[in-house]
Design a protein around this ligand. Structure first.
Ligand code: AHR
Length: 648
């Protein structure tokens, strides 16, 4: 058992916590949007990109019923969107259906699916056939439609799956002879919420997200927002140069705004400073915030949203200092570009808040000084990113297996380093008289321990990372005078808070930490002193070694009326409980307290699809509180004690 002391000064507020510190981040990256949040079940639904597996058949679709007299082609002269369609030409009728299929698709018995197919035919002698079937092609549900010749036609139908099947497929075929072009197809469960996956949205809703950053990240530096507006089937697929993927542009401005509306979250958009222009960014501001009479406001109204979206937060570029970034430049060039972007964007809407790119000293030393010197007075926020310990793609071999045990002390002590980094950035602001005027936006942060951002599919997501996140909330609450916004990177699947499978999802310890602090904290940060034994943490990636990291860390917050006090306490010890003497000074404490705790069977226990509830967030039985009391916090836990204050 270790011993520690905490003193909370209930009458000494150290600042106001902006709720946006509990914010999130959604990037078009890996399975965050497509295959995660977005409900679309088909990959490459617009038949763009290469034919990797079969000549003439656009990947990942596969041919059905091929044979002599049947030709498949990715057709770049007749297409519906982008610059390509899937063509199937049948010269000999052998009695079988000919076309393409895609699987595996996870069907839920009793669930209805909305299928939409945009197609065109010439001299087709038979009907077009739409089927959900098992992987061997035995149909569950089939519809056939006759199509008129000539122009592109849209077919919409509802297919209800009779059984659960995790390896089902969709087939799109034709009978007889003739030519069929497939321009676009979409399959979504009918219970989607404006195109978003219902179960994932509900898991996000439980976090009450105050703010969501979008569309990147690195992705933002080559994203052209006009690709993502208007009718979805007609939007072009584009090469995503940041992540080497094919971007279907199904999720664009309108879809993201609908998600934010659904969740009651404020949108935070990051403009393309990599390959974009000030004019393009300004047009995006007008599309979002301009009146219906403006050029882009009219376009928004044509797309079904006459009311301006009123986007307040705008990032001007992402990690522009890094050579991994599309269009990266040196600090002075960035500052000049920032000035041009900011002027154009503010000319459209002078009320917007702009976040300029800042950098950590370990990534781009001197960057912040140069940017602040040139455009410090034109910033509302300076962005900082930090991943602990900070491995990124390409820095480690993909098969690298982290030594989780050795990394435990470094990761859980990581927030102490972040606190120093925030103070360094603040010193740079203060030196130029910008403290208080420009606030810090920690608009990407998380634990990043694996070589790859998916953290190793199937591997458990560890309590350790949840304790790290808890420590980060302590830092942000304590440094609320410096940090005015933060975005956990990322919400779904990528380093994620939520992990999805085609059939369901599980939440990680980082999600649980976000929930614990977003739900059980007040807006007022209180002076909190901690005396705790310490441990040594080894250096790891971006983290230098620490000789004296605190086992016990604490931060108290209160509500505006000063009647509810939330004392958050982390015990970072991997196997010893902590007996803590707690003193609340300056207020009388009611006898009954409530406790909420994040914990699991061991420091390195974790949640996975196979074992989703190993690490949990639980309400504990009430406890006996007082002005001075003792509480024992189990090893590797984060706990919030809620106390009622009854006066000084
Ligand atoms: O969050 C993953 C990536 O990490 C982001 O795209 C980028 O901004 C950072 O380097």
């Amino acid at each position: 058992m270790i011993q520690a002391q905490i003193r909370v000064r209930a009458q000494q507020a150290i600042g106001r916590i902006d709720r946006t510190i509990y914010g999130h981040f959604v990037e078009h990256m890996g399975r965050c949007v497509y295959g995660g949040l977005w409900a679309e079940m088909l990959a490459n639904r617009k038949f763009n990109g290469p034919d990797l597996a079969e000549f003439g058949v656009v990947s990942p679709w596969v041919s059905l019923g091929g044979g002599p007299g049947v030709t498949y082609d990715h057709d770049n002269t007749t297409f519906y969107s982008g610059d390509q369609s899937q063509m199937i030409a049948v010269r000999n009728d052998d009695g079988r259906p000919h076309g393409v299929a895609q699987g595996p698709l996870a069907l839920r018995g009793g669930q209805s699916y909305r299928l939409r197919v945009v197609l065109r035919q010439e001299q087709l002698s038979g009907p077009v056939r739409f089927a959900l079937e098992d992987k061997a092609g035995r149909p569950y549900v089939v519809e056939e439609r006759c199509c008129v010749e000539g122009s592109w036609q849209r077919h919409e139908l509802t297919l209800t799956a009779p059984v659960d099947d995790a390896t089902a497929r969709l087939s799109l075929t034709c009978r007889g002879t003739g030519t069929l072009w497939l321009g676009a197809a979409s399959l979504m469960p009918e219970d989607n919420l404006a195109g978003w996956r219902r179960d994932v949205v509900e898991a996000v809703r439980a976090l009450q997200p105050p703010l969501i950053r979008w569309p990147g990240g690195n992705f933002a530096s080559a994203y052209h927002w006009q690709d993502g507006i208007g009718p979805r089937d007609g939007r072009p697929s584009r090469a995503d140069v940041a992540w080497g993927a094919l971007e279907p542009n199904d999720v664009g401005t309108g879809e993201f705004m609908a998600l934010c509306r659904e969740l009651g979250a404020a949108p935070y958009l990051c403009v393309n400073l990599g390959s974009g222009t000030p004019e393009e960014a300004a047009a995006w501001v007008e599309y979002c915030n301009g009146p219906e009479e403006s050029v882009y406001g009219r376009l928004r109204a044509e797309h079904g949203h006459p009311e301006p979206y009123g986007v307040h937060y705008w990032g001007v570029g992402n990690e522009t200092y890094g050579n991994w970034q599309h269009g990266h430049v040196d600090a002075r060039t960035y500052a000049r570009r920032y000035r041009a972007f900011a002027a154009a964007m503010r000319a459209v809407d002078p009320t917007i808040a702009l976040v300029g790119v800042g950098a950590q000293p370990y990534e781009a030393p001197g960057w912040n000084d140069a940017v602040l010197e040139m455009v410090g007075r034109e910033l509302d926020y300076l962005s900082l990113h930090h991943y602990t310990p900070g491995y990124g793609p390409g820095e480690l071999p993909p098969d690298h297996q982290p030594n989780h045990e050795a990394l435990y002390p470094a990761v859980v002590a990581g927030p102490e380093r972040v606190e120093e980094l925030l103070q360094e950035a603040q010193a740079a602001l203060a030196q130029r008289g910008l403290a208080g005027r420009v606030r810090l936006a920690l608009d990407e942060w998380n634990a990043w321990v694996h070589a790859h951002y998916d953290c190793g599919e199937g591997k458990p997501h560890l309590l350790r990372d949840g304790l790290y996140a808890a420590g980060m909330y302590h830092v942000m609450q304590r440094q609320c005078g410096l940090v005015a916004m933060a975005n956990l990177a990322q919400l779904v699947n990528v380093l994620g808070a939520i992990y999805t499978t085609p059939q369901g999802l599980f939440v990680t310890p980082v999600y649980l930490a976000n929930r614990l602090y977003a739900e059980h904290s007040g807006p007022v940060s209180l002076a909190t002193e901690v005396e705790s034994p310490t441990f040594a943490a080894p250096a790891a990636a971006f983290l230098p070694a620490r000789r004296h990291a605190r086992y016990v860390d604490a931060q108290a917050t209160a509500d505006d009326s000063g009647t509810r006090l939330c004392l958050a306490v982390i015990n970072r010890h991997s196997h010893e409980p902590a007996e803590v003497q707690i003193e609340v000074e300056g207020a009388a404490v009611a006898a009954q307290g409530q406790a909420y705790q994040l914990n699991g069977p061991s420091a390195l226990s974790g949640n996975s699809a196979a074992r989703p509830n190993v690490v949990t967030l639980r309400a504990l039985p009430g406890f006996q509180a007082a002005g001075r009391f003792s509480y024992t916090f189990p090893a590797h836990s984060a706990t919030v004690l809620e106390l009622c204050l009854t006066g000084a």
